[in-house]
Design a protein around this ligand. Structure first.
Ligand SMILES: [Zn+2]
Length: 49
């Protein structure tokens, strides 16, 4: 569906507008359900792409 993205850490689908956190990595923007997931991603982004 338009505007839906997958949290790369916990794999849940969320709406971009409802993302609690975002992070940019290598020019791509990632969306997360929570800041916890974003922190995990930031520590080891290659593990979640
Ligand atoms: Zn998450």
């Amino acid at each position: 569906m338009f505007g839906m993205v997958r949290d790369p850490v916990c794999k849940v689908k969320i709406k971009k507008t409802e993302a609690s956190a975002t992070s940019e990595y290598q020019g791509k923007l990632y969306y997360f359900c929570s800041e916890k997931c974003r922190d995990k991603f930031d520590k080891d982004p290659d593990n979640y792409r």
